[in-house]
Design a protein around this ligand. Structure first.
Ligand SMILES: [Zn+2]
Length: 357
């Protein structure tokens, strides 16, 4: 739980250990032991992930004598979180392990926090920065955006598992990282216009992550171990930036509001990072920044840059652009307080080639 602090104070929570590289999933048990956990452990995961990586992780727990039970989740809703809480009451584990993609980790993260247990993150994909951050996004809450829960005690990111995930998820992760290019610009703007707290260290760390993925587009695209590791390290840096800031501000601006809006209204939304990437192209244009550079990078990485490639009808792109300012009014961005007009939305979408003229 985040402690109550005086208004001018600041609280930061970080993972204590991060293991990254090939076959580190075999070290989950040892990591828990080293951190002082004795078990039992509750492993929260998904059906597919369980068959892919379950035996490695459960085997590693078994080897060090930590008893474990698994529970699978299908989605990341408040009911899934409640189920984790219930299970914690029943079995009384001293740690919860989130094994899987974004939703499995989010459910484990929030469920463990609510049940007052520590949490270990074992990501099997690199599709967004939630794998390493203290934030969660949930379906069924009153807000469609993410908010602060708690940081994992440790992250065990096995690149030999992550590089077997579909390439689309890797490309999506790149979209979520490049989004920091406009997120930080929005944060600076809110600082100037609204005197909102702004932290240069967190901002620069987030920007550095976006520069790193842009610089390493070729190795990431090749899905080489080095490329996957670079992306995962960039996602971890984004998580650290949010930990330092104590908010998602350095990592989430108008491009995220656009993505959240699309998720709310599109009949078939694309992946979070894919939508954020396209949002970053358009928000870069609004900021007068280098939108072409963002578009070139996303094309190079093989991520969507148009409505068509997202598989979303242009009308939803335009609607999301005009409503994005309203879904989180306290988050001031380049969209301002009244948002884009329909004409302005059409203009930014067509100039950047997201929507065909
Ligand atoms: Zn994101």
């Amino acid at each position: 739980m985040i402690p109550e602090l005086p208004r001018t104070s600041h609280y930061m929570q970080f993972p204590r250990e991060i293991l990254i590289g090939t076959d580190v999933a075999t070290l989950v048990g040892e990591t828990l032991k080293r951190l002082g956990f004795r078990g039992p452990a509750l492993v929260v995961t998904g059906e597919t992930v369980l068959s892919l990586a379950g035996s490695t992780v459960l085997g590693s727990l078994n080897r060090v004598g930590i008893e474990a039970e698994t529970m699978t989740v299908q989605s990341s809703t408040t009911e899934d979180v409640a189920k984790v809480e219930e299970r914690v009451q029943e079995m009384n584990p001293d740690v919860v392990v989130g094994l899987g993609g974004g939703k499995d980790i989010d459910v484990a993260k929030l469920g463990s926090m609510k049940a007052g247990r520590s949490f270990l993150s074992v990501p099997t994909t690199a599709s967004h920065d939630g794998i390493a951050s203290p934030l969660v996004s949930m379906k069924g809450l009153d807000r469609p955006y993410s908010y602060v829960a708690h940081s994992p005690m440790a992250i065990v990111a096995d690149t030999s598992i992550i590089d077997k995930s579909p390439y689309r998820l890797i490309a999506s992760g790149c979209g979520d990282v490049v989004a920091k290019y406009t997120a930080v610009r929005d944060w600076k703007l809110a600082h100037r216009i609204k005197n909102e707290y702004y932290g240069d260290a967190a901002a620069e760390l987030a920007l550095m992550s976006s520069r790193v993925v842009m610089k390493n587009a070729t190795t990431i695209r090749a899905m080489s171990e080095a490329g996957v590791r670079t992306l995962v390290e960039a996602l971890i840096s984004c998580g650290a930036a949010m930990s330092i800031a104590g908010t998602s501000r350095p990592c989430s601006g108008a491009e995220h509001l656009f993505s959240h809006s699309l998720t709310m209204i599109a009949p078939k939304p694309a992946l979070h990072g894919e939508q954020c990437g396209v949002g970053t192209i358009m928000c870069s244009y609004l900021h007068g920044a280098n939108w072409q550079m963002i578009k070139d990078f996303l094309q190079k990485i093989g991520a969507p840059t148009t409505a068509k490639e997202l598989g979303i009808e242009p009308e939803y792109i335009l609607k999301a652009l005009t409503m994005a300012h309203s879904i989180r009014p306290e988050r001031y961005t380049i969209l301002g307080e009244s948002g884009l007009t329909k004409d302005a939305a059409l203009k930014v979408a067509t100039i950047t080639g997201v929507v065909e003229q």
